[in-house]
Design a protein around this ligand. Structure first.
Ligand code: HSE
Length: 327
């Protein structure tokens, strides 16, 4: 265990899952973050900061607290009372892996506080069991692009370094869509030709990303297993996915279970503004308010940071780390 009063500060990235054809299999970490500070304390105390965490419970039903409890139980260590502070820039229930980020951030913080009894692989197994698919949790834990398999007992993964020029345009509608609802839209079985189409797409996409073949992405990033069914829940999605490559995208997909739509772009492209206007415009035509965020792949995954310490508050420290205020 860490010494009394010592704080652990963790930064954890958001992620996008599926990347089109890699349903429940491919994930990529994004440079959009949540921060969690955890310390042993005299009583349990949870403080949440930032607009994105509005409405999240700040009691012992809080996911971060529950995951911390699970880590201590798993490690066979008695959990102290915990003081937890969290700030997040990751929108909730929009398909950017906010719950996976909370799980991985909480796990990394509690594990560090407990003296690191769990390995990265232990955390990957535990988080995959909690989420029931390894795509988002794998990306938030390891960073980069994660190709993962989950057979219900063990999760396995290979991490790929994202191509250097890869950028990501996330267009985030204002409405929420729960993963549960987006999974209910899926059929119980699919035709063999659709399964084969996805095996081809997912394999080609992984090869294209590993080889840095950006031109192949538009052909590989197509899906027949989940996006056609989920399109009914997201006005404008069908058109955006079909036409984004003609407006400067390398390829486009539903981000995780949605409703965020994601386009991959070449950082050196002159078409980035055109792409952003097209995606926002197509949503606007359907009456969907949305915001566009230009992101990059996160390459490091969850990080234990040095807590600035001193007398400044958690939120001042986060603003300082984000460069929003000067020392
Ligand atoms: N792979 C999952 C899905 C991601 O598409 O339902 C959501 O967490």
């Amino acid at each position: 265990m860490m010494a009394d009063g010592e704080k652990v500060l963790v930064r954890v990235p958001a992620s996008t899952a599926n990347l089109g054809p890699g349903f429940d299999t491919l994930g990529m970490a994004l440079n959009l973050y949540a921060w969690i500070e955890m310390a042993a304390a005299e009583r349990n105390d949870i403080s949440l900061f930032g607009d994105e965490l509005r409405g999240v419970p700040a009691d012992e039903s809080n996911l971060v607290f529950q995951v911390a409890q699970r880590v201590f139980r798993e490690a066979g260590i008695r959990m102290p009372c915990l003081s937890i502070a969290m700030y997040s820039d990751i929108p909730l229930t929009r398909g950017l892996g906010s719950s996976a980020s909370a799980i991985i951030g909480a796990m990394a913080a509690a594990n560090a506080l407990a003296g690191s009894p769990l390995t990265d692989d232990d955390m990957f197994q535990l988080a995959t069991r909690m989420e029931d698919h390894p795509d988002n949790v794998g990306a938030s834990l390891f960073g980069g692009i994660v190709v993962a398999q989950w057979d219900g007992e063990r999760a396995r993964k290979i991490r790929i370094e994202p191509p250097a020029r890869l950028e990501v345009l996330a267009v985030i509608p204002e409405f929420h869509l729960s993963t549960e609802k987006a999974r209910q839209a899926l059929p119980g079985s699919v035709a063999l030709k659709d399964a084969v189409f996805n095996v081809a797409g997912s394999s080609l996409l992984v090869a294209a990303l590993a080889a840095g073949d950006l031109a192949m992405i538009r052909h590989a990033m197509r899906d027949a297993l989940h996006q056609p069914y989920r399109a009914a829940l997201i006005p404008g999605m069908r058109r955006i996915l079909a036409e984004a490559p003609d407006h400067g995208a390398l390829g486009a997909a539903l981000s995780g279970a949605g409703p965020t739509l994601l386009a991959l772009a070449d950082a050196a492209s002159c078409d980035k503004l055109r792409l952003e206007r097209f995606m926002l415009g197509a949503f606007a035509q359907e009456g969907v308010a949305a915001k566009a965020l230009w992101l990059k792949p996160d390459r490091g995954g969850v990080q234990i940071l040095t807590s600035p310490g001193g007398n400044s508050t958690f939120i001042d420290n986060i603003r300082h780390i984000k460069g929003e205020v000067r020392a």
